[in-house]
Design a protein around this ligand. Sequence first.
Ligand code: DUC
Ligand code: ZN
Ligand code: ZN
Length: 473
Amino acid sequence: MDLKIVGGTIITAEKTFRADIGITDGKIEKIAAVLSDEAEKVIEAGGYYILPGGIDVHTHFELPFGGTVSSDDFFTGSVAAACGGTTTIIDFAVQQKDKSLKESLALWRQKAEGKAVIDYGFHLVLTEVNEEILNELPDLVESGISSFKLFMAYKNIFMVDDETLFSVLSKAREIGALVMVHAENGGIIDLLIKKFLSEGKTEPLYHALSRPPELEEEATNRAIMLAQLTGAPLYIVHLSCAGALEQVKKTRARRQSVFAETCPQYLTLSVDNYSEPASENELVTGFAGAKYVMSPPLRGKHNQTHLWQGLAEGNLQVVSSDHCSFNWKGQKELGRDNFSLIPNGVPGVETRLYLLYSEGVCKNKITLNKLVDIWATAPAKIFGLYPQKGTVAERSDADLVIFNPNKKFVLRANKLHQNVDYCPYEGWEIRGAISQVLARGKVIVKDNSFTGRCGDGEFLPRHEFEAAQILSV
Ligand code: DUC
Ligand code: ZN
Ligand code: ZN
C-alpha cells in the first residue's frame, strides 16, 4: 500500500462514517474501520473530514471573450482549483469559425496539455450547426466529449436560434449526449442594452437591469419545451433566479429529464453588489460594481433562499463555479463608459467549497452529505465520470480533500491562487479550511500551498449520458 489516511471521518453523498483509507497506484484500494496493512506513508486525519475531490463542471480558462482573454490559463486556473479542493474540471472548448469540431477541440486540448495540474475534460460549445457539423457529433461522443453547450444569449457572438437548439437536441438524444444551455433571451437583452445606452445609462448596474429574471425564466422554459419535444435530456447552466427554478421544478415533477446547476455567486451575492462603493485602496474608483458583471447577473436577495432550497430539495443538482476571471484593472475597465463592454465573468474556482461549507452547511441551508453530492457526486454522475470520480469508494481514483471543519480564516484575493486582482468575497469570514488535497493519491496541496506538478493533470474521456446512472440524481 502506498499511503494510508487514518482516523478521518469520510463524507459521501449518502453517509458519514469513521474509517481508514488505503491507497495504491492512485486508486482507493481499501476502506475499513481500522486498516492494519503496512503503508509507505501515513496521514493522520483525526478530527478531519475526508471528502471526494471536487468536480467543477463549468470553468472558462483562457477564454477569448469581449475583446480580451480570461486571466486564468490551465496552469493558474487548475492550481487555484486544486487549492480549493477541486480535483477535476470540465472546461468549455468553443467551436471555431471555418474549423471542424475536431480541430476546435484540438485547440483547447493544446491549451491544457502540459499545463493542467488536475484531471480535465471538455464540453463543446456549438455556435453554428449544419448537417456536416451534426454528423461530427457521434465521433466526439466516442472520443469522450459527451456534452454540448448552446447559448440562447450573446447575440452575434455565441447565440444560436431555436432551430439550431432543436436540431442539436434531436441529435443528442440519438447519440447519448447531454445538451447544456445558457438560458437567457438574447434578442430582448440586446434591445434593452441598446435602450439603456441610448439613454446614457452606462454604469455596471444596467448590466443587471438589461437582463431581467423574466428573460431567464422564459428561455429556461423554451429550452425545456424543445427538449420535451425531442425527448432529449437537458442541463441548465448557472440558474440564478426563483422563476427559472420554478420551471425546472415543475418539469422534474412530471419526470422529464432536466438537470440544473447554480453557482456560489447566486447563492451568496445579490444585485445590491452592483452599487457597491469602491473602497479607498481599490484600483478603479467609482466602478466597483464591474467586479460582479457576469451573465446571468446577480439577482434580488430573496432568490438566494429559493436557490438554497432548490439544492436541499434536489431540484438543483450541481453547484459549479462558472469561473471566468477578468482583472478589474485593464480588463473589466474596458467597459468603464459602457456596461455592455465589461467582460462577463467572476472568479470562483478556488472558493466553491469554502462558500458551500461556510454559507451552506454552517448556516443549516444544506447538510454535509448534500454538500458532497452537489460538489462532486452528482456532477460525476451527470457528466459520465462516476464512479471513477465523485465519491470516496474502493476502486475510485484517490482524489480526496482532507478538511478541517474547525479552522476559521478570512478570504483575501492576495492569499488565493487565482490569477486575478480581486475576490468577490474579499474580507468574508470563512468557517472550515482545507488541510490537504490528493489527486490520484498524490498530495498536491498542503496548508494552502500547491505541492503538485505542472502538467500532471490528464485528459478525461467521459462516458455518454446514461439515464440509468443518474436515476438517483
Ligand atoms: N457568463 C459569464 O458570466 N461569463 C462567461 C460566459 C457566461 O455565460
Ligand atoms: Zn453561460
Ligand atoms: Zn459559463
